[in-house]
Design a protein around this ligand. Structure first.
Ligand SMILES: Nc1ncnc2c1ncn2[C@@H]1O[C@H](COP(=O)(O)OP(=O)(O)O)[C@@H](O)[C@H]1O
Ligand SMILES: [Mg+2]
Length: 352
């Protein structure tokens, strides 16, 4: 994978080409002070009930704005105001409203999929800039986009192309995970299709295998093939309940993109790929497209983003969402401590 391929997979590069076939979206340039704020580790955004304000608890005072402590009316709570971006905030709100009030946020390449557990609705659905900040600041995927987008490129000796960072807002759409597929395109040929949410078994996929495979192939050959800037790329598509196929995302053809039910070794070897069907489904293999999906409950695996999560209790504690939980937690700690002290005393008293 070359740096140029990564550049070409930016949302603002492919969106104008395939606008008709994807979810309506708006692109806003990210001001430098917002980028700095997203990369500042010292600030944790707490999404408040008021959607248009951001409040933060900060443990490092490395910027003048953050030192500006404001005491709230409630004597027991001190809040520190976050840096404010009034102009950007109003642009974002305007964009969100024009997309129907609920959006799916991304940067140039990635969505904060590893951070949805932190949002109060456990989803990537956002209504305000503070919702977006909370997800972005908690996401390693977003940090990757901002700090090392060319990490896995083979041409590491060439200078990094300049990147203009952008906030992508996509109209919120209820996508059913069983309708999502990833398509691997090599030399402008569709070589493999994988169920995207491969951790689950979806009976409808095996039932409609032929139709799914055909509709995706048609979508590719009519709308995508030869229209993109590269000949190797990975396409994410959605097949809705009417059987219509939509483009969801474009990704580089290489290790940075999850090969799902394939391996990168297989995909780049140039040898024909096999489907996961029992041998005999020759028709599909002659077409040159291998279609893989999870075929039974047995193969169901934990969700790949699970390792990014911490227990819900810690989230509530750290965001101060549930004060009673904090009190319970401290009581529990105290009684544990007392128990272990008692045990120690008893052990000391116990006869040998
Ligand atoms: N507009 C949207 N509304 C709701 N969910 C979406 C939307 N776009 C994408 N998603 C969901 O988020 C997932 C990740 O989106 P994607 O754009 O591919 O981000 P990434 O490249 O970071 O994986 C998709 O597989 C889909 O389930
Ligand atoms: Mg993607």
């Amino acid at each position: 994978m070359k740096k140029e391929q990564v550049v070409n997979c930016q949302f603002s590069v492919w969106y104008p080409i395939f606008k008709k076939h994807t979810i309506k979206s708006l692109i806003l340039p990210l001001p430098q002070n917002v980028i700095d704020y997203l990369l500042d580790d010292g600030t944790l955004v707490v999404s408040g009930s008021d959607h248009n304000t951001q409040q933060t608890h900060t443990n490092s005072n490395n910027s003048d704005e953050e030192e500006d402590v404001q005491w709230s009316d409630d004597e027991d709570t001190a809040t520190v105001t976050a840096p404010e971006f009034p102009e950007f905030t109003s642009k974002v709100l305007e964009a969100v409203n024009s997309l129907g009030g609920r959006v799916f946020p991304k940067l140039n390449w990635s969505a904060p999929r590893d951070a949805n557990w932190i949002a109060l609705n456990s989803s990537l659905q956002c209504q305000s800039l503070s919702d977006i900040f909370l997800l972005f600041k908690s996401s390693d995927f977003i940090t990757h986009d901002l700090t090392q987008p060319f990490l896995q490129c083979s041409d590491h000796d060439s200078p990094d192309p300049p990147i203009n960072y952008e906030l992508v807002l996509r109209k919120w759409s209820e996508l059913i995970p069983g309708g999502e597929f990833r398509c691997f395109v090599k030399e402008n040929k569709l070589i493999g299709i994988s169920q995207r949410d491969y951790t689950q078994y979806y009976p409808h996929i095996s039932k409609q295998e032929q139709q799914i495979c055909l509709s995706i192939q048609e979508f590719f050959s009519h709308n995508i093939q030869y229209n993109y800037l590269d000949e190797d790329f990975v396409l994410d598509v959605y097949r809705d309940s009417w059987g219509k196929v939509w483009l969801i995302d474009l990704n580089p053809f290489g290790e940075v993109t999850d090969a799902l039910l394939f391996t990168w070794e297989e995909l780049s070897s140039g040898n024909g790929l096999s489907t996961n069907q029992p041998p005999g489904d020759v028709a599909q293999q002659q077409e040159g497209v291998a279609f893989r999906y999870t075929t039974s409950e047995v193969t169901v695996q934990p969700s790949p983003c699970l390792s990014f999560r911490i227990p819900r209790d810690f989230v509530d504690l750290s965001t101060g969402e549930d004060a009673y939980k904090l009190i319970d937690f401290l009581k529990l700690k105290k009684s544990q401590q007392e128990d272990s002290e008692e045990e120690e005393e008893q052990e000391e008293e116990a006869p040998q």
